[in-house]
Design a protein around this ligand. Sequence first.
Ligand SMILES: Cc1cc2nc3c(=O)[nH]c(=O)nc-3n(C[C@H](O)[C@H](O)[C@H](O)COP(=O)(O)O)c2cc1C
Length: 156
Amino acid sequence: MKALIIYHSEHNKNTELIAQIIAKELPARLVKIEDVRVFELHNYDILGFGSGIYFSKHHRLLLNFIDKLPLLNKKVFIFSTSVKDRLEYHNALKEKLTHINCEVIGEFSCKGFCNWGILKLFGGINKGRPNKEDFDNTKKFVSSLKDKISSISQNL
Ligand SMILES: Cc1cc2nc3c(=O)[nH]c(=O)nc-3n(C[C@H](O)[C@H](O)[C@H](O)COP(=O)(O)O)c2cc1C
């Protein structure tokens, strides 16, 4: 099954590090959101979507991108980095994906360094994150995703 990962990593390139590991391990093609051609999406069976979390949601560029897509009927997975590392932050993106007939088959989140606003004065929060442990957890996530994908393809 062919997989494509679409991501936006703006603040400290934290999510990009996670996206690169997922792309290598799955494997999948990795594209920045501004480089995606919507007509290409039908070439892929699995789509991955990720960004940092901004005000409790994925980045607006990613959310707006999903709003413009037609009904997709794809298996998808979601990932993010954030200060608090909460899967609830995925809810807005999940809702939009469900709305265009996509099935979420996996989710991953981990902590990411943030030095926005007043945090800069204190040297930022989550220094060094994502770190080796986060990268190992990313690999574990990919391994469970692969199991899921192989069971899906067996049932086709
Ligand atoms: C403007 C702004 C708003 C943010 N809002 C949240 C938030 O609501 N919850 C949270 O846990 N982290 C929040 N963060 C932290 C980022 O999600 C975190 O640094 C993330 O790893 C950034 O990913 P990126 O480097 O891939 O863009 C915010 C960061 C910025 C700059």
